[in-house]
Design a protein around this ligand. Sequence first.
Ligand SMILES: Nc1ncnc2c1ncn2[C@@H]1O[C@H](COP(=O)(O)OP(=O)(O)OP(=O)(O)O)[C@@H](O)[C@H]1O
Ligand SMILES: [Mg+2]
Length: 273
Amino acid sequence: MEDRKKLIEEQDKKIREKMSKVKHKIAVISGKGGVGKSTVTVNLAMAFALKGYSVGILDADIHGPSIPKMLGLKGRRLQVSKNNEIIPVFGPMNIRVVSMDFLLQSDEEPVIWRGPLKMSALRQLLVEVEWGELDYLLIDLPPGTGDEPLSVAQLLPDMDGVIIVTIPSEVSENVVKKSVKFAELLKMRVLGIIENMSYLTCPKCGERIEVFNSGAGRKIAEAFGIPMLGEIPLDPKISKEADSGMPFVVDFGSTTSKAFDEIVNKIEKTLNG
Ligand SMILES: Nc1ncnc2c1ncn2[C@@H]1O[C@H](COP(=O)(O)OP(=O)(O)OP(=O)(O)O)[C@@H](O)[C@H]1O
Ligand SMILES: [Mg+2]
């Protein structure tokens, strides 16, 4: 027992050392799955990278790692350096990616690790990975606000805060409350809410079409005193690009691309004063 405690302490120390080279660490969370958390993560990463920042993504979604596919990195593997450190996989715009997906043999192989084993695998990864100097590390946490995302987030020291991704129909006080509570438990600041699939843009005239109860996110953000970071439209191109492995943000000038840019500018201002 004593040995185990010592090992954990040593690992925590190493993780802290590694993470001290990362200027900003932001976790992306959502009240529930399928709201576009991973999509938002890769597009924010890309938008930061296009501004000249060095960016990393930790895909900490153990059961459904989807970042590699979205960045066209399926089938790639983590490499070990001469100093026996794990090197992240380099994606578009040199975005450094670490994902459990890079450790799996094949897509068909299910991740059947039980809780403790899963956490120690992730912990070990964090100890061994050499990210290098990074401006921003975005962490795609497992969906929801339960035990698993909480344990994963607790592995990471000195986080700048969390971003809550939500969709209009799901923007209920309850979901936001749960996410805020999650951040409180972790003693993390809520950097803001992103409402994904917020509205449609007419492909012919560019007019904004409110499909769901748009604007609800903004109201709730105000009620909770949380910054509203932005609204991302429901854009068929987003999922097409995700399948092709190139984040949508590169579609310069589109409403969706601008929405991500504005969010990144806000985060930048919040964190750098
Ligand atoms: N703004 C959007 N417009 C159109 N499609 C979108 C948008 N955001 C996400 N999607 C699509 O919705 C699906 C779910 O997105 P994504 O995988 O990012 O969600 P998630 O919250 O990470 O899900 P999970 O809980 O499984 O991790 C994907 O097919 C994605 O391409
Ligand atoms: Mg996901």
